[in-house]
Design a protein around this ligand. Structure first.
Ligand code: NDP
Length: 310
């Protein structure tokens, strides 16, 4: 173990007093070393944080501003959010909309912002609530939970795919109209099947994404943002060339600033804060390793906010 002080923070033009970070799936991969997320040691993990600016020489970011950061090099090549202070490039920061506290911003966190990026991609592909059902896979997870809340708030009829049918009440409280067993999507299937949903937010990948594509309706749109089942995609081109299906890739890490600002302003408009609260638990830094273990066991629901000062 290595102790770090404020002097050890990396170069940047803004210093932030961090209030909250979170535990995302990528944090679990980073902390356990299951994937090569952390590229240099010692490094403070935490792929996102929210807090208040203590010092800034970056134009447009002032002392006292409430800001959120996620992605870029955080927890990869730059110290991340599991600390009371962060020094980062001002261009990595987005001002938190007035609708949200710093805790709300991290209840959303990378997962919720990725859910919003996915919804924006569906809209970009022409999806509207009138076109039919929207499927959300990995429904009990962070991305899935917030995607359900956003989509149902926008008037979509949401179908939630989950391995935890016993959590149906939770999923319905977020706005799911229908709930299906994820095993109906996770085994090898036909390259094209009956048309079931007009769109999907998929955080699972692998066979699930292949089956989702095979059952997507004509001119439907699927946003692929995750790999909870696996990073492979054993699919055929038939959904694309017979059904004109669009597969939209989602990357939250290097998304341009204007896209981030759009996503956060849409979250402020379209995410019901009472539903967000339902998805969220708050823990201290010391509890993060236990949360990570439960995440890999598939026992974490929704979002875990980390109070770095607890
Ligand atoms: P969580 O661990 O919170 O949720 C993942 C969910 O996926 C689980 O709750 C579970 O839902 C489902 N799941 C888990 N294992 C399997 C499996 N073997 N087969 C099918 N479903 C499974 O993770 P997040 O929501 O934070 O992230 C989800 C995915 O999105 C991750 O792969 C993550 O890396 C990725 N991601 C990508 C981003 C990007 O920039 N593209 C940004 C953020 C996340 P249930 O119990 O309901 O079945």
């Amino acid at each position: 173990m290595v102790s770090l002080s404020e002097q050890d923070l990396m170069p940047g033009d803004v210093v932030v007093d961090v209030d909250y970070s979170t535990v995302n799936y990528k944090d679990a991969l980073a902390i356990t070393g299951r994937a090569d997320v952390i590229r240099q040691f010692p490094l403070i993990p935490g792929i996102d944080f929210a807090g208040t600016v203590e010092a800034s020489t970056y134009p447009g970011i002032a002392v006292g501003d409430r800001v959120v950061a996620n992605g870029w090099g955080l927890s990869q090549t730059h110290h991340g959010g599991y600390a009371q202070k962060a020094r980062v490039k001002g261009e990595w920061l987005v001002k938190i909309p007035d609708a949200f506290s710093t805790k709300d911003a991290m209840a959303i966190g990378t997962a919720g912002y990725t859910a919003m990026l996915s919804v924006l991609a569906l809209e970009h592909g022409g999806l509207t609530p009138q076109r039919g059902d929207v499927l959300v896979t990995g429904a009990n997870g962070g991305v899935g939970s917030i995607a359900i809340a956003i989509l149902s708030g926008l008037g979509y009829r949401v179908v939630a795919s989950t391995g935890r049918l016993e959590e149906s009440d939770y999923l319905r409280s977020l706005g799911a109209a229908d709930i299906i067993d994820r095993r109906t999507l996770s085994e090898p299937g036909a390259p094209i099947g009956s048309e079931r949903w007009a769109g999907a937010v998929d955080s699972v990948g692998s066979l699930t994404l292949a089956n989702v594509l095979a059952k997507t309706r004509y001119r439907g749109v699927v946003a692929a943002c995750g790999l909870a089942q696996g990073m492979d995609l054993p699919a055929s081109v038939l959904p694309f060339i017979l059904r004109n299906v669009t597969l939209a890739g989602i990357d939250s890490v290097n998304a341009p600033q204007e896209v981030r600002i759009q996503a956060w302003s849409r979250l402020a408009r379209d995410l019901d804060l009472s539903k967000l609260a339902r998805t969220t638990q708050v823990v201290g830094l010391a509890e993060v390793p236990a949360i990570v273990g439960r995440m890999f066991e598939g026992r974490i629901q929704g979002r875990t906010v980390v109070d770095v000062n607890a």
